[in-house]
Design a protein around this ligand. Sequence first.
Ligand code: HEM
Length: 382
Amino acid sequence: MRYTQEPSRNSLTPQIHRLAETLGRQGAINQAIAEADPLGADETFLRLPGLNEHKDTEGIREALQQVVTRAQSLPELNFIHCSSAIRDISMLGGSLVRFGIEPSDSVPDFSEALMVFSAYVAAQIPRDSFIDYTSRNPVNSRERTFTSLPQEKIFIDGLRRGMAALDSCLENVMIACAYPFSSKEFAANFRSATDSFQIMIDSIVRVKRGITPEVFTHQIRPFFEPFRVGDRAYSAPSGAEMPILNIDQIIWGADCEDELYTTYFRANMIRLPAIYQEISQTFTGQKSLITLLKDRLASGMPFSYEEHMSIQMLHHLLTRMYSFRMPHYRVAEDNVILRQQEYGEDQEVKGSSGFGLVETKYVLDQTIKCRQITSQALSFCK
Ligand code: HEM
């Protein structure tokens, strides 16, 4: 199984290297956005947890009005400032919505500010996404939080680390795909990808230990509800917008036509920064790694030592993905069960993305199925 010897993949190699380099620069961009405070909102965010805890909706509305007014007189628009402004305006909007108040109804230029900034950064949705709350959220005393709970800081920290780990994992998976499956470079890059993914497991373990379903469901999740911008409601950030979407796509999703998956993939992919969308377009229409492996198995030809190593490394990454997804699914499920107990069994419970547990279970099941295929291939190697 030689990926780069397929004509289509061969022509992708320079593009994969270029995209991997651009991806490698994302950390510095996120850092610059985290450091920026174009609306002078640092002080407001020191007060926001208190305002939320006292349900001081008038105080939140005034704070939002103030940042929206400042947004209208920014001396210059640039990508970094616009991105920081989207983060700050949206978190104040999310706070108002938590108390049942539509920000666009109570702060006149709220929608316009978000539309202008989103258009400037060429975002496909006019509000914040998961990366704003995590990798583009400043650290330490400037960290933007909805509450003063230590658990929210644990949550953000786990997600932020997870995002960085996934970037590095994705970069390695992409670089691996620029080499033949039967090369030592493929296996080496998959090994690095697997090492990076460990942080996702550590994060979910820490979050599971540190945050009870009651704290998440009652204190944190309510700040992640849709709000209106213009005449449309846009859902809040969610974990479904992590670059694990790209990793799945390369491993098994690129040629998967299940409607549940394609709907979920498209709806969440457009909320990621442009580089992830470009990566996804590059792999769209290609055969996924699992399909290539199945074709290779079907040929009945014995695997070379290098191929064996590559399958082993792919198998290890899938094992780690499973070791994250299984406990994560339980955490998500515990929260759904709690909400159903409180609101009634027949109540349909959605995550902040607007998708339910079905999609989270689907990606877990796909991971299990892929692992069965790599297992089968490994037994064939012996
Ligand atoms: C209290 C802890 C957590 C809860 C209750 C929770 C809940 C959920 C829910 C309900 C979803 C479905 C999509 C949606 O939000 O609408 C989801 C998706 C997701 N979450 Fe979490 N989550 C938690 C912590 C984490 C952590 C710590 C990470 C990563 C470090 C994470 C990563 C993901 C990912 C990657 C998805 C997409 C599904 C997948 O690819 O497996 N979550 N989460």
